[in-house]
Write a protein that binds this ligand. Sequence first.
Ligand code: T5A
Length: 210
Amino acid sequence: MQQSQMTGRFITFEGGEGAGKTTLMEGLAHRLTQEKGRSVLKTREPGGTELGEEIRHLLLKKRSLMSPYAELCLFLASRSEHIREVIQPALAKGQIILCDRFNDSTIAYQGNARGLSMEKVAHFCSFISEHLTPHLTLYLDIDPEQGLQRAHKVREQDRIEAEGLAFHKKIREGYLAIAKKEPNRFHLLDASQPPAQLLEAAMRLVLRYV
Ligand code: T5A
């Protein structure tokens, strides 16, 4: 079935480390379910399927050594499974899918920060996802130092988070380039605002699409 024939809505959440995506997704899922009576599916990448969660473990554990190319292939393998097993069936059922990270993460992290080229990585992403595009992407923009501080407070650093500040600045630079290129889909939200304010701003945007 083509994406245009599916009645669901595919909303993705993007941002650097500790931007507040998980917190925002929880809030939106609650409000869309309780106030709007919508069926909401929350999922994440890497992960979302049995194989995807195993790949996530490989990708994030600190001892893993891999080239940027192998890293890219693992993220894409997880995504391929996730699309076919989870996202497409949920879209066909008319659900609202809230997905923590998708192609834009790969373009910003592997394309810009790892230096594999944003254009080339975008091409691979499009091929793997058979051109499936989010109806809406909420990008939580935060100063990388502030985001890393938030993330460190709640959990141990993983392999990617442990990269230096220059790497995390490139991720933000990559996201800002996407925001310029795709202003209709990719909406920037100031992630330094308090959670309740951020939720209100996000809810206003989401209601235009569901
Ligand atoms: N990756 C992923 C790639 O390199 N390529 C890819 O293609 C994909 C898909 C995934 C890693 O993989 C990389 C990106 C990542 O490095 P992950 O554990 O899923 O790993 O990492 P994150 O998605 O970054 O998860 P985090 O938990 O770090 O960030 P969140 O979900 O953005 O933040 P959240 O909501 O957990 O909040 C963090 C802390 O901040 C507080 C929360 O209470 C929490 O304590 N907080 C706020 N504080 C103040 N104001 C706000 N507005 C706040 N919102 C939350």
